[in-house]
Design a protein around this ligand. Structure first.
Ligand code: SAM
Length: 284
């Protein structure tokens, strides 16, 4: 009998993925966790019936979330990842030779353990001596930090359940306080195609907290609408300008300095839906 995983993207719109085998399935303290091997997307992590990351397109999301702020910062040494228990963002951060320490705080130790056992494409960073892995609530952790991090990356689940607090105004205020002067943060901020009103409300919060706020996008075929947004907040560097470039030996598949700059170009509908009009032209 065929097995299919189905996620409800929106009311009246579902994505179904043919499952070859169930690699792992459990209920953690916080969420239902499943890892599937699938026909089209390879290995796939699902939390509470929502696709989190798949073998075939995770590189786009993780390279965009991590490398845009990392390359916009002149010298990222101390980096914090909030969420990101699969390890993909950590893997990308640790490619940067400037990084001395990368702390990852995920509320669910079950995700980290599952990644270590089954998500080999994602999990290389967990064994890096620069990685500092903490199981705990990201909001609480960030609230207790003061001028510590060069770059903060928010790799959260959607703004429902345990991830909801990671999209609140108070959280972004705490992120700003946790950054060193001249720091930069980037967060995954949902789909500008499927849920533009959600993207706008997050954008409005980030913009009200950070002196420089920029929105950028990339395709991610397995996320609702197939197109994803990231919001950068900075207290110094211009997020749109890459200051260095990746080594040829990094083996990146999506990010390049050209992609970095183009990711900030928003089409007229997105500009209008989200209310972002001022990203062109004057940043050089
Ligand atoms: N790339 C994914 C996406 O856009 O859907 C996110 C992937 S990552 C697996 C999300 C992680 O955020 C999960 O491991 C979850 O446990 C973690 N998380 C959710 N709420 C959190 C919180 N309050 N503090 C820290 N981590 C949290």
């Amino acid at each position: 009998m065929e097995l299919w995983f189905t996620e409800e993207w929106l009311k009246g719109l579902r994505i179904s993925v043919k499952v070859d085998s169930v690699v792992y399935s459990t209920q953690t303290e916080y969420q239902k966790l499943a890892i599937y091997d699938t026909k089209q997307f390879g290995r796939m992590l699902v939390l509470d019936d929502v696709i989190q990351t798949t073998e075939c397109d995770e590189y786009i999301y993780h390279e965009c979330l991590a490398h845009v702020p990392m390359f916009a910062h002149p010298n990222p040494e101390n980096v914090l990842i909030v969420g990101g228990g699969d390890g993909g963002t950590l893997r990308e951060v640790l490619r940067h030779p400037t990084v001395k320490k990368a702390t990852l705080v995920d509320i669910d130790g079950g995700v980290i353990e599952a990644s270590k056992r089954f998500l080999h494409q994602w999990n290389s960073g967990f064994s890096d001596p620069r990685a500092n892995i903490i199981v705990g609530d990201g909001l609480e952790f960030v609230s207790n930090a003061d001028s510590e991090y060069d770059v903060i990356l928010v790799d959260a689940t959607d703004p429902v359940g345990p991830g909801e607090v990671l999209f609140a105004l108070d959280f972004y205020r705490s992120v700003k306080k946790a950054l060193k002067p001249g720091g930069i943060m980037s967060a995954q901020t949902e789909s500008p195609i499927a849920e533009p009103a959600v993207v706008k409300s997050i954008w409005d919060r980030v913009r009200s907290v950070f002196p420089i706020a920029r929105l950028y996008t990339s395709p991610v075929p397995t996320y609702p609408g197939g197109w994803w947004s990231y919001t950068a907040g900075s207290t110094g560097p211009e997020p749109m300008v890459p200051l260095r470039k990746p080594g040829d030996d990094w083996g990146l598949k999506y990010y390049s300095p050209e992609i970095h700059e183009r990711a900030f170009v928003l089409n007229p509908k997105m500009q209008k839906d989200i209310g972002v009009y001022d990203q062109g032209g004057d940043h050089r």
